[in-house]
Design a protein around this ligand. Structure first.
Ligand SMILES: Cc1cc2nc3c(=O)[nH]c(=O)nc-3n(C[C@H](O)[C@H](O)[C@H](O)COP(=O)(O)OP(=O)(O)OC[C@H]3O[C@@H](n4cnc5c(N)ncnc54)[C@H](O)[C@@H]3O)c2cc1C
Length: 430
């Protein structure tokens, strides 16, 4: 039986950064991250890193932040097209075309930009001491007792932890067992994402930093350049549209038993990227912009990630609801705590959790009371962001390109949002 002070469940961005935060602020704690995948692979597509996410990384590890500053980039063009592929808005000529990185750097000391999802995960992983992340550990059961928490991982020795930080994503098995508050709610949207090597003859240049959105027909998709000659695409289709095209998706099974089975069998989540998922993406994209379809067709099926869009409502997080998101010696961070719409703030909010929780543990010690203080302090900000994104997120699925284009103008983060973040930001001592 392995014994640790803190068991972090899930080696996604939130789990890795919180482990780094705890190691930096409380070097005497014994910390392990238990990740169900057998290894990390290049997957996912791209993510916007905003001022709040980057300040959270910098608060925990200024040297690591420097690596992000060197790698994030801004798009030179961000065009919006209709589903015939015709450009409707050339965002290169508008202020919202970029994240005003240089200006933000002057104002806030960090440089926002775009980056591949797996590049973010890789940088966090490399910053941790080698034996912290334990791969092939899919949490199947978790029981709290008087002196700690017992964790079970099929095919692996059990783990005894004094406290647990669950960062196991929006289908968090830990949450299912500890909170018993059911899976997040399906938002009637299916998403596919992939990253692939740039290919000659598919219609976009290898050079330059370009991005293109395809809007209309109640469907929203993007294609853009990423690092090292790769291209990312995201296809996001509402139920009414994909069902019309014959795509079958059982959201409830996806949210509950299927995920639990995978976790219990220790199956690498990435192995669920199959030929079938790729076929479903192609079927769901039928009739959409040909420029996008060619890239989806050319993708390696193994690199395509498919998932439903599930969120937890902001009302659960409002102070009046007084529900909290932790219990006893277990707390939650990232998507496990507050699954929200993918409008660009989900990962950044997950990153915000990390220095906040490290600060509370540094100031108040490791205890259930500290976890409750962290959750109580964090809930109002998280509720406000989740509420804001509930509204903005649903506006992406319209027929009218201009309507969606106007909504894109509103996307985070604007100066008032930076100011609100500053009110809650905590300075940890390293
Ligand atoms: C493979 C993958 C690719 C993604 N790609 C994109 C993308 O391209 N663009 C984008 O905007 N967002 C993407 N996301 C979602 C986005 O990254 C999340 O919203 C954000 O990262 C929140 O971070 P998190 O660490 O809280 O959760 P996640 O990133 O979901 O990480 C959760 C981690 O927990 C692990 N886990 C789950 N169950 C168990 C268990 N039983 N035992 C142990 N470990 C477990 C998972 O394998 C995963 O590594 C992706 C998520 C995943 C998992």
């Amino acid at each position: 039986m392995t014994s640790v002070d803190v068991a972090v469940i899930g080696g996604g961005p939130a789990g890795l950064l919180v482990a780094l935060g705890l190691i930096k602020t409380n070097p005497s704690l014994r910390i392990k991250v238990f990740e169900r995948a057998q290894r990390y692979r290049e997957c996912g597509a791209g993510i916007s890193l905003h001022v709040n996410g980057l300040k959270s990384i910098k608060a925990i590890c200024p040297e690591l932040y420097k690596q992000f500053e060197a790698r994030t980039f801004e798009f030179e063009t961000f065009d919006e097209c209709n589903q015939a592929g015709e450009v409707v808005t050339e965002r290169s000529s508008l202020p919202a075309a970029n994240m005003q990185s240089e200006q933000r750097l002057q104002e806030y000391g960090v440089k926002p930009g775009f980056m591949g999802w797996s590049d973010i995960q890789k940088l966090f992983y490399q910053a941790l001491p080698q034996d912290v992340v334990q791969f092939g550990h899919a949490l199947a059961d978790i029981r709290e007792h008087a002196h700690g928490v017992t964790l079970s991982f099929p095919g692996q020795p059990g783990v005894e932890a004094s406290h647990v930080i669950a960062a196991d994503g929006y289908f968090s098995p830990t949450r299912e067992i500890i909170m018993q508050d059911g899976p997040p709610a399906f938002q009637n949207i299916l998403l596919w994402r992939a990253r692939m090597p740039w290919q000659e003859g598919l219609g976009f240049p290898r050079e330059g930093r370009w991005a293109r959105s395809f809007i209309g027909a109640k469907t929203y998709s993007n294609i853009y350049t990423l690092q090292n000659g790769t291209v990312g695409w995201v296809l996001s289709v509402p139920t009414a549209v994909y069902e019309q095209r014959g795509v079958q998706f059982d959201a409830l099974a996806f949210a509950t038993s299927k995920q639990r089975r995978e976790a219990a069998s220790g199956q690498d989540i990435l192995k669920s990227s199959t030929e079938e998922q790729h076929q479903r993406a192609l079927q769901a994209a039928e009739g959409l912009a040909p420029q996008l379809l060619t890239w989806i067709k050319a993708s390696d099926p193994d690199g395509v990630i498919e998932h439903g869009l599930f969120t937890r409502p902001s009302s659960l997080l409002e102070p009046a609801a007084d529900k909290g998101w932790g219990k006893g010696r277990v707390t939650f961070i990232g998507d496990a705590a507050h699954a929200t719409r993918p409008t660009g703030l989900g990962l950044n909010m997950a990153l915000e959790d990390c220095p906040e929780l490290a600060w509370f543990i540094q100031e108040q010690g490791l205890s259930a009371d500290t976890f409750r203080a962290f959750e109580k302090d964090r809930a109002p900000r998280v509720a406000q962001i989740v509420r804001q994104e509930e509204g903005r997120g649903s506006l992406a699925y319209k027929d009218d390109v201009k309507e969606v284009s106007n909504r894109n103008e509103l996307l985070p983060m604007k100066p008032d949002e930076f100011e609100r973040f500053k009110e809650t930001e905590r300075a940890i001592k390293i």
